[in-house]
Design a protein around this ligand. Structure first.
Ligand code: GAR
Length: 188
């Protein structure tokens, strides 16, 4: 069985979608959800789907080896950042080379980097009158949103679209593609 550990910071709609997608898969399962936010909705979503979930603080994550030690015990085949907003520490990346991936709600390298997350991205896309946006799934390295690209999908931005409209289109792309891309990665 291949094991996925998900990191998320907020609502967790992607985490829930991934848990549901792999629930009846004989070869891949989501074994753990982890969050930096003890009030994140993703904790409830995971528990409702009977997946173990807990929160950690900044000291445990990046100023000590606590989270690293726990992660090693899970023996993940893939660590998936699904709406995770803290920078992933280098000592954890080094322990899991080519095993940490992220989803970003824009067509990187555009609209990436620190502070570019969630609605900030869609607001900027609409303000700049972009004709197209999309999603990017990429490996994580020591810089925000800069690791090697795995997959991108696009959608049109119409002149009448609001940032909320764009968010809806991005959400649909994420729900459709993220599980399949992960399944493909873990089948190699
Ligand atoms: C998703 O749209 C994801 O692409 C984005 O946060 C949202 C999380 O939604 N990630 C980033 O902006 C990372 N820079 P969710 O909590 O409902 O899955």
């Amino acid at each position: 069985m291949k094991r996925i550990v998900i990191f998320a910071s907020g609502s967790g709609s992607n985490a829930e979608n991934l848990i549901r997608f792999f629930q009846n898969n004989a070869h891949i399962e989501v074994t753990q959800v982890m969050t930096n936010n003890p009030h994140a909705k993703v904790l409830d979503r995971a528990k409702n789907l009977h997946v173990s979930a807990f929160s950690f603080n900044r000291h445990a994550f990046s100023k000590s080896d606590d989270v690293l030690h726990i992660l090693k015990t899970f023996q993940p085949d893939l660590i998936v950042l699904a709406g995770f907003l803290w920078k992933f520490p280098e000592h954890i990346l080094a322990a899991f080379p080519n095993k940490v991936i992220n989803i970003h709600p824009a067509l990187l390298p555009n609209y990436g980097g620190k502070g570019m997350y969630g609605m900030h991205v869609h607001n900027a896309v609409v303000a700049n009158k972009e004709k197209e946006t999309g999603i990017s799934i990429h490996y994580v390295n020591e810089h925000y949103d800069e690791g090697a690209m795995i997959f991108q999908a696009t959608c049109p931005v119409l002149p009448i679209d609001t940032a909320d409209d764009v968010a809806g289109k991005i959400h649909a792309l994420e729900m459709e593609h993220f599980p399949k891309v992960i399944e493909e990665l873990l089948s190699k």
